[in-house]
Write a protein that binds this ligand. Structure first.
Ligand SMILES: *[C@@H]1O[C@H](CO)[C@@H](O)[C@H](O)[C@H]1NC(C)=O
Ligand SMILES: *[C@@H]1O[C@H](CO)[C@@H](O)[C@H](O)[C@H]1NC(C)=O
Ligand SMILES: *[C@@H]1O[C@H](CO)[C@@H](O)[C@H](O)[C@H]1NC(C)=O
Ligand SMILES: *[C@@H]1O[C@H](CO)[C@@H](O)[C@H](O)[C@H]1NC(C)=O
Ligand SMILES: *[C@@H]1O[C@H](CO)[C@@H](O)[C@H](O)[C@H]1NC(C)=O
Ligand SMILES: [Cu+2]
Length: 652
């Protein structure tokens, strides 16, 4: 639906001299200049969405600070297990899995405050950074930011990092609905607690599933995350001699979980998250994978199948009888659950794959039928649990079955939504490899090179960094969107600059014509065992055209240009034959191990858009590239006095 220009303009005309009440207050009453704007609280905004209801201005005050879990706050109160609590918690005891550790939390909550609004609402989020020594930005994962590209939250691409003692106001209109989330986009801070749900609901006229379920409750959002029992920075670059690698200690479901110390066998017995349903009703659940590390997760609900209806914020033709949902960091899945079993308590089971399998990292929550009791629970599950017949989004294409893989999804377009043409050849084709660079320790630690390059210690003990098309992404000193100071650090398009020494580090940018149909083939050039990297594109939802594995490649250790060309030829043949007929919508897609994904988008949203592996350690070590769509003049100007940053090396 076209948003009127006047409402976009209005949001910048607001007198931003907000008076705060005590604590995490809201600006009092209405405020504004010529037109006054009524500000709504998070609770008022987390409403049922109605057709032809005016949009709300939803205000959130986020305070970022160092905090600790299980501190003295826990002597005074106990956190309720019901997970929707607006933007403040009734109890500032952050319990997580019962472990005491330092976190970088928002409003003393993990996950952070839940933002729940309706399509076309205006969000105003003040991020107050109270953590000295810590830079911050928040990325609104899944929001296209059309017209407000500078609020995308990528440091040195769309803004300067927010310094401590500073407050930065994000304000944008949410034009694309769906299950989204927000998270820190700096270093590996996300896992220390900077994440939360961002749900944009549709009014009935935009919701093809309106009649399919009875309720879409604010507390039926499932946030899956991983956890270290120490600060993330203990693992970046990480240890060589003891406790190598980045395997999480635990998983959390809506910030909670039980933990059993493997050494002592003692459990923390934290009360698990609970989702309440009434027998005979159907519920829409919104699941968000907010993990930071490389373990994919598998969600199962005891004795219940799930009907998948949306992914990454886009509606899809429903997939019924799903027993398990696999997802990677950054992916979201909405499903309908039919509460038609006998009244009782049922386990919700989340299990980590890959590196998490060895240590059997898993977590539980409870699906509780109203008026039943815990006594009906079946025995405590172990790491393995329940059926795996129909697994949605398996990383291995041999398990696709009928319609379970993401390249089989069929997008349901909304009325008036622009359709991405799938039969024509692309205007631009990007073939992009990703890979790791393994340092020679001697050259890393004994070199005369003063430009110390990022690395982290892999589980096997080697020092590595991450590459996209043989380039390790490096931040420029100033945001590309608002200052040309960073341009001299740019490289790409697409070859490694001849002056660059391995690993080549620079601000890797591909320039794309506005309006072009762009096909991207992203592939796993030198597969590492068990790693399936999820690639996320900012600013767009794309169509997944094809997901494949280089099964017939003679040498699966290293994919050659020949292997890639062969797959590209097949893609072109499928295009010519009109084999692509349905858009499989995603904004984050798992590239299977030894495999590739071919995706397509129409470059109609100008901007500097990050395209990257969503595993935090891979992002932090360079597995990123910027897709620059359009020319600087295609972009809305940044607001007046937008914060600036740069190198300062005066001659005298
Ligand atoms: C936590 O796990 C232990 C060990 O598996 C189990 O005995 C205990 O009942 C669990 N506690 C909760 C609250 O689930
Ligand atoms: C419960 O609902 C599921 C999903 O709609 C359906 O497949 C199943 O047959 C139903 N079971 C019963 C006992 O009604
Ligand atoms: C995919 O699954 C098949 C059958 O289970 C197995 O043989 C193959 O090795 C798997 N491929 C990958 C890349 O895991
Ligand atoms: C990346 O560099 C390696 C080693 O220098 C080379 O073998 C490979 O072909 C390069 N890959 C691409 C996509 O340029
Ligand atoms: C295209 O689809 C047809 C069936 O409609 C199939 O026979 C053919 O193998 C497909 N072509 C390619 C290149 O996948
Ligand atoms: Cu990765």
């Amino acid at each position: 639906m076209p948003l009127s220009i006047s409402t976009i303009v209005l949001i910048f005309l607001i007198n931003i001299n907000i008076q705060f009440c005590k604590g995490y207050g809201y600006p009092s009453g209405s405020y504004g200049t010529e037109k006054s704007v009524q500000i709504s609280t998070p609770e008022e905004c987390a409403r049922e969405c109605k057709d032809s209801e005016p949009a709300k201005y939803c205000y959130y005050h986020f305070v970022l600070e160092y905090y600790s879990t299980n501190n003295r706050a826990c002597d005074f109160c106990e956190q309720p297990v019901n997970n929707y609590s607006g933007i403040t918690s009734s109890c500032e005891c952050v319990i997580i899995d019962g472990f005491e550790k330092t976190i970088f939390s928002i409003n003393r909550m993990i996950p952070g405050p839940s933002i729940q609004v309706c399509r076309n609402d205006h969000l105003i989020i003040d991020l107050q950074n109270n953590a000295e020594g810590l830079e911050a930005t928040i990325h609104w994962h899944g929001i296209f930011q059309e017209g407000t590209q500078y609020y995308d939250g990528v440091p040195f691409v769309t803004q300067c990092p927010i310094l401590s003692a500073n407050t930065f106001r994000y304000q944008f209109t949410v034009k694309n609905s769906g299950t989204h989330f927000y998270h820190s986009h700096i270093s590996v801070h996300m896992i220390d607690g900077q994440y939360g749900s961002l749900i944009v609901r549709d009014p009935p006229q935009f919701n093809p599933f309106y009649k399919w379920y009875d309720e879409d409750r604010p507390d039926h959002v499932i946030v899956i995350s991983d956890l270290f029992h120490e600060l993330s920075l203990e693992r970046f670059p990480g240890r060589y001699r003891k406790n190598r690698g980045q395997i999480p200690d635990n998983f959390l479901i809506n910030g909670r979980g039980n933990w059993t110390d493997p050494a002592s066998g003692v459990s923390t017995n934290v009360q698990l998250s609970m989702f309440t349903v009434e027998k005979g009703k159907k519920y829409r659940f919104r699941m968000i994978n907010s993990c930071s590390t490389v373990c994919l997760s598998v969600v199962k609900i005891e004795q219940h199948t799930m009907q998948v209806i949306a992914t990454d914020g886009e509606n899809v033709k429903p997939i019924s009888q799903v027993d398990a949902i696999t997802s990677a960091s950054g992916e979201r899945v909405d499903f309908i659950l039919n509460a038609n079993q006998s009244s009782g308590y049922y386990w919700i089971h989340v299990r980590g794959l890959g590196e998490c399998e060895g240590r059997e990292i898993y977590q539980l929550a409870i699906l509780a039928y109203k008026d039943s009791t815990k006594s009906s629970l079946s025995p405590l599950p172990g790491y393995s649990f329940g059926a795996s017949r129909n697994v949605f989004n398996p990383p291995n294409s041999t398990q696709c079955g009928n319609g379970l893989c993401v390249d089989q999804l069929i997008k349901i377009y909304l009325p008036n939504e622009n359709i991405i043409p799938l039969s024509q050849p692309p205007d631009e084709l990007l073939i992009i490899s990703f890979d790791f660079f393994t340092y020679n320790a001697l050259s890393l630690f004994n070199s005369k090179d003063q430009d110390y390059k990022h690395f982290y210690v892999s589980p096997t003990g080697s020092e590595i960094n991450s590459l996209v098309a043989n380039i390790s992404y490096k931040n420029p000193p100033a945001p590309l969107i608002s200052q040309s100071d960073g341009y001299q650090f740019m490289c790409g398009d697409p070859f490694v600059p001849s002056t660059c020494t391995e690993p080549c580090t620079c601000t890797h940018v591909y320039h794309i014509q506005r309006g072009a149909i762009v096909d991207v083939m992203i592939y796993d050039e030198k597969p590492f065992p068990e790693l399936n990297h999820p690639f996320h594109l900012h600013g767009y939802s794309f169509c997944v055209m094809y997901v494949g594995q280089f099964v017939n490649a003679p040498n699966k250790e290293a994919i050659t240009n020949k292997d890639v060309e062969k797959e590209m030829d097949s893609h072109m043949a499928r295009l010519r034959n009109g084999n692509y007929t349905k858009c499989s919508p995603k904004d984050t897609v798992i590239v299977p191990n030894t495999g590739f994904v071919i995706l397509r988008f129409k470059a109609d949203n100008p901007g500097w858009w990050f395209f990257h592996c969503h595993f935090s350690w891979h992002t932090a070590s360079g597995m990123n590239v910027v897709l620059h769509v359009g020319k600087p003049y295609d972009l809305p100007p940044v607001p007046p006095n937008f914060p600036r940053c740069y190198n300062w090396t005066p001659k005298n």
